[in-house]
Ligand binder design. Structure first.
Ligand code: ZN
Length: 172
């Protein structure tokens, strides 16, 4: 287990498409373990393999709705994830560990169902709402080289974000 360096916006690896995982071996397990450690260390809610320079379809997302769990227990590991169902809409601020210091207002579904494989290659489905749904969409987009800045309605600095919250945010 180890921390990996999070690549930032100017790194071209973030714009590439990741490959499907077809080997559920030690190398893939180490990648998943390192993504977990790096995510917890960063304080973020999700991390995708291309953000640490690995073009494989693997992401980890924290289910922050499960407040009784520890951060380690909140992590959902998703291999070859696909969004199979969405419901509703939410609009709100979103940031990215690869683009520090700023955020943007992004519209996402309120509820998302993801189909993925676990680290052993077994298929499962998982649902997320609110921030977790947002994180599923954000991280899965990374696997196709897409960043939230491409779809943000407007960008904000951290000071502007504070103001945004003071004014009650966007109405749904
Ligand atoms: Zn991101």
């Amino acid at each position: 287990m180890a921390l990996r360096t999070i690549r930032t916006e100017e790194d071209p690896v973030l714009r590439k498409k990741s490959r499907i995982v077809d080997k559920f071996d030690d190398r893939n397990n180490t990648l998943i373990d390192d993504l977990r450690d790096t995510l917890i260390d960063s304080g973020g809610v999700g991390l995708a393999a291309p953000q640490v320079g690995v073009l494989r379809r693997v992401v980890v997302v924290m289910d922050t709705n499960k407040k009784d769990l520890t951060p380690e227990e909140q992590i959902i590991e998703l291999v070859n994830p696909e969004i199979v169902k969405t419901e509703g809409k939410q609009k709100g601020p979103e940031g990215c560990l690869s683009i520090p210091g700023i955020c943007g207002i992004v519209e996402r579904p309120e509820k998302v169902t993801v189909r993925a494989l676990d680290r052993k290659g077994n298929e499962f489905e998982v649902e997320g709402t609110g921030l977790t749904a947002r994180a599923f969409c954000h991280e899965i987009a990374h696997l196709d080289g897409q960043l939230y800045v491409d779809i943000a309605e407007r960008m904000m600095t951290e000071e502007e974000l504070d103001e945004y919250y003071e004014n009650g945010g966007d109405k749904k």
